[in-house]
Design a protein around this ligand. Structure first.
Ligand code: HEM
Length: 388
């Protein structure tokens, strides 16, 4: 009996894992026009808000595009980057996510969509549509966004730390990071082109200007003239000033990123690293100085769709949140009652127990979705605290 329970427990943990690994970037169930019947105006509503927002704040296009990438690379494209944690333990609390912006626009879109068709459009899909619309608004390519993603219920700071790629990454790490998500070397070089819009804080590349190997030196792979220009914007130790990643056209989605890389003016080590692999280098060089004539737009459309498939939850997996920062169904809710000496209840506290691992052993029946609250007894924690 105990063995059977253990086996069940093991299977419950293993099957979803195998599912994610097996499916990688080829999530089933996503399709163009997923909301055609259930919320026909979904994309129109997003577009209205995006046009209105970017008209007054075009500098939000970069951040709004980046949110989808940061969502997809941690647990897949399932909206986990949007979840809040009362204890500061969510993905958005991780250092690599500290520069993320635009959450309030996602909330605004979600509120509008909840009015239009309550409980239908997932936050993960909103991120994917917003990412496309932010590129279009900056004169970039349009692509049909596959939808039908559902929202996850877990967001974990450690996973963000482990899964987001550092701007210090070399080409081997970048290729491995993309391959792990079912993305190709071509996807890597094409999606890096997303850096044609937006800005970066000095903290992401300051080491290249002042202390590259710990000896007060500069990065020899970065154009020395460019280093001098960058130093004017990022003084020693400045972490927070913003620099345009594609100077002069950071509000225009164009192919200029590759021209910069070819001139050794890629801002991050991860940008410069694209010259260190035969395939990525060939792509960079063949797109440098091509202006409107390159295949970059066509490639970007394809690679964004590829990225949008990573670990997507579909069908009955996950949920559709009502508010993007909050889980709708709490996975495991644990109740703790504090009694006085005479046995009367002083206080009840509710804890979320992500994955049900803190207060219980793995019990599959408690993992069923679609129930708002599940209660599980747990051990007495202190002198006058009793289990329920
Ligand atoms: C290949 C690995 C990548 C690395 C290491 C990387 C790293 C970074 C870093 C360090 C920043 C500046 C962040 C800050 O100042 O807080 C940034 C900004 C940005 N990234 Fe990436 N990135 C990568 C891939 C991508 C991809 C695939 C996309 C989208 C398709 C993307 C879109 C952007 C955008 C739009 C910004 C500007 C954000 C803003 O204006 O606030 N990046 N990236």
């Amino acid at each position: 009996m105990a063995f059977a329970k253990l086996l069940l427990c093991f299977l419950f943990k293993l099957v979803p894992l195998l599912f994610v690994l097996h499916h990688g970037a080829s999530a089933h169930g996503l399709k163009v026009g997923f909301y055609a019947k259930t919320c026909p105006r979904a994309e129109a509503v997003v577009k209205e808000i995006m046009v209105e927002t970017l008209k007054v704040a075009p500098s939000l296009a970069g951040p709004l595009n980046r949110l989808h990438f940061h969502d997809c690379f941690v647990r897949g494209c399932e909206g986990s980057v949007l979840l809040n944690s009362p204890t500061g333990q969510a993905e958005k609390n991780a250092a690599p996510n500290s520069g993320l912006r635009g959450f309030q626009i996602i909330d605004k879109v979600k509120t509008a969509l909840e009015k239009e068709c309550p409980g239908v459009v997932s936050c993960a899909d909103i991120l994917a549509i917003v990412a496309r619309d932010s590129v279009v608004a900056m004169s970039g390519p349009y692509w049909e966004v596959e939808t039908g993603r559902r929202d996850g219920r877990v967001s974990n700071i450690t996973e963000a730390l482990q899964n987001l790629l550092s701007p210090l990454s070399n080409i081997t790490v970048l290729k491995a990071g993309f391959a792990r998500r079912g993305l190709s070397v071509k996807d890597l070089v094409v999606l890096s082109g997303g850096h044609t819009i937006g800005t970066s804080r000095c903290s992401a590349f300051g080491n290249r200007l002042y202390n590259f190997t710990g000896k007060g030196d500069t990065d020899p792979t970065l154009d020395p003239e460019y280093i001098e220009q960058l130093k004017l914007k990022c003084k020693t130790g400045d972490q927070n000033s913003h620099v345009e990643m594609d100077p002069g056209s950071f509000k225009i989605f164009d192919v200029n990123y590759y021209t910069l890389i070819s001139k050794r003016r890629g801002l991050f080590q991860s940008d410069a690293a694209l010259l260190d692999d035969a395939e990525t280098r060939a792509y960079v060089l063949s797109h440098a100085n091509t202006y409107g004539t390159s295949s970059f737009f066509k490639d970007f459309r394809v690679s964004m769709v590829n990225m949008g498939k990573i670990g997507a939850l579909t069908g009955t997996e996950g949920e559709v949140r009502k508010v993007c920062t909050k889980k709708f169904v709490v996975d495991h809710l644990v109740r703790q009652i504090r009694y006085s000496e005479d046995g009367t209840v002083i206080k009840q506290k509710y804890f979320e127990d992500p994955g049900g691992t803190t207060f219980q052993s793995c019990e599959p029946h408690l993992r069923e979705p679609n129930s708002i609250a599940r209660y599980k007894p747990f051990e007495v924690l202190g002198s006058n605290v009793k289990s329920v």
